[in-house]
Design a protein around this ligand. Structure first.
Ligand SMILES: [Zn+2]
Length: 435
């Protein structure tokens, strides 16, 4: 399929080229083939008039737990510990594979409507998650969430075996639409033998390691009490950081931890909404960025957010980081958007394939609705996108040259069935008095 998008304000995020406003974009098959103000005189299958609209790279949600979308609103306004032990863990233990598939699809539908084209997911039954995501044609890095209780028999743990099965079956599926990583759920839910096992597994399979790191003060203090080292130092000593590591939260890291992570090329994912909602504090990003660490943005699971809107995350990030540094010129709109796009792709190990609107790149792009008065006047498309836009302003979403969402219509998701399945789950949840 050959598309011409005409007369758009295009945010390219391409440092090598400046495209004038009201330009054109040509997509041929999975790739962008032209950006500029004189489109090639060739026939197109579809011409889309974008006068007054913004075309921009699709966003990357670098950390979420998709099936938890079903738990949105089930438990709010309580501490992280209370939230996890009283509600979330008991409910999660009862989720069926059908529930997992339904929650995954719900989160995917929400993210698509909000302009997310790729996401990184960490959850149980990851084979079911991958199978479901494949039907949506979105991009995703998927990992099994791995925990363990004792140091022996690591290779026999069901979650470790599921991680290996999932990687073998899905890594690279759809010409790389789906990629797989492995994980360490968190230091406090795992043991040293698991860290070493995962370090070796990631190296052998050539995949990344996703981990919640430095989320709470307790995690750090208990770790130092038990092992005499910080969580980051333990990961380094176990060899985990030799791999592409995606460290989520990074709130309680000291200068030495940051040096280690920078030296190992680790990535950090910032999830301000879930941090703020559970009062876990949230990270200052300047120390990471000053050391050259790649930072990406995530929503975290929708039941601790309660939204999969990465536009909201961008706004929260910019405002919080300005306040932290007491500097309105810090964390500019441009810088923030780069975290949500380039930062996300890099954390997924996909830096070369997407993230800029330029010839040769995958056509992973979104269009903002120029008819919405909330986006008028549009003096600067980047500041409009970061400070004024919300996920609901997204009109069209294309992933690798295929339109997956357009003006409320989903091309790969049966929304009627999804709505029915979600309401069935909610009825079941209420009847069991899970919350
Ligand atoms: Zn998380």
């Amino acid at each position: 399929m050959r598309y011409l998008f005409r007369d758009a304000d295009i945010i390219t995020l391409d440092e090598n080229s400046a495209v004038p406003r009201s330009s054109s974009l040509v997509v041929n098959g999975p790739r962008i083939v032209y950006v500029g103000n004189e489109p090639p005189p060739i026939p197109f299958d579809r011409v889309i008039d974008c006068a007054g609209k913004i075309i921009m790279p699709g966003l990357v949600n670098a950390h979420t737990h998709t099936p938890m979308a079903l738990l949105r609103g089930m438990s709010d306004d309580c501490s992280l510990e209370d939230w996890l032990s009283r509600v979330i863990w008991p409910v999660e233990s009862a989720l069926t594979k059908g529930d997992i598939a339904c929650g995954t699809l719900l989160a995917a539908a929400e993210m698509l409507a909000y302009g997310t084209v790729s996401f990184s997911d960490m959850y149980r039954h990851s084979d079911t998650v991958a199978e479901t995501v494949a039907t949506t044609k979105m991009k995703a890095n998927i990992c099994e969430s791995i925990t363990n209780g004792e140091d022996s028999g690591i290779g026999r743990l069901e979650r470790v075996r599921e991680s290996i099965r999932m990687i073998d079956r899905w890594n690279g599926w759809g010409d790389g639409l789906i990629r797989c990583d492995t994980s360490i759920q968190s230091i406090f839910q795992t043991t040293p033998a698991l860290w070493e096992f995962i370090a070796a597994l990631a190296g052998e399979k050539g995949v990344g390691v996703h981990i919640h790191l430095g989320e709470t003060k307790d995690e750090r203090e208990n770790c130092e009490k038990r092992y005499g080292k910080t969580p980051t130092r333990l990961l380094y000593d176990a060899g985990v950081l030799k791999n592409r590591v995606v460290a989520v939260h990074g709130t309680y890291l000291d200068g030495a931890d940051i040096e280690i992570l920078a030296g190992c090329g680790a990535h950090i994912v910032h999830d301000p909404a879930s941090n703020l909602k559970t009062c876990c504090a949230t990270a200052r990003l300047k120390p990471f960025l000053d050391k050259g660490i790649n930072v990406a943005l995530g929503t975290d699971g929708v039941c601790s957010n309660n939204s999969g809107d990465l536009f909201a995350t961008m706004r929260q990030t910019a405002l919080l980081q300005k306040a932290f540094e007491n500097d309105p010129a810090w964390m500019t709109a441009n810088q923030t958007l780069r975290l949500a796009v380039a930062g996300g792709w890099a954390s997924q190990g996909r830096a070369g394939e997407s993230g800029v609107i330029a010839a040769g790149k995958d056509a992973d792009l979104i269009i903002l609705n120029g008819e919405h008065p909330g986006l008028w006047p549009n003096y600067d498309p980047v500041t409009t996108a970061v400070y004024a836009a919300q996920g609901g302003h997204v009109e069209t979403v294309m992933v690798r040259g295929e339109i997956l969402y357009n003006k409320g219509e989903y091309l790969t998701i049966d929304m009627e069935k999804l709505r029915h399945d979600v309401s069935q789950f909610a009825r079941k949840a209420r009847s069991r008095v899970w919350y």
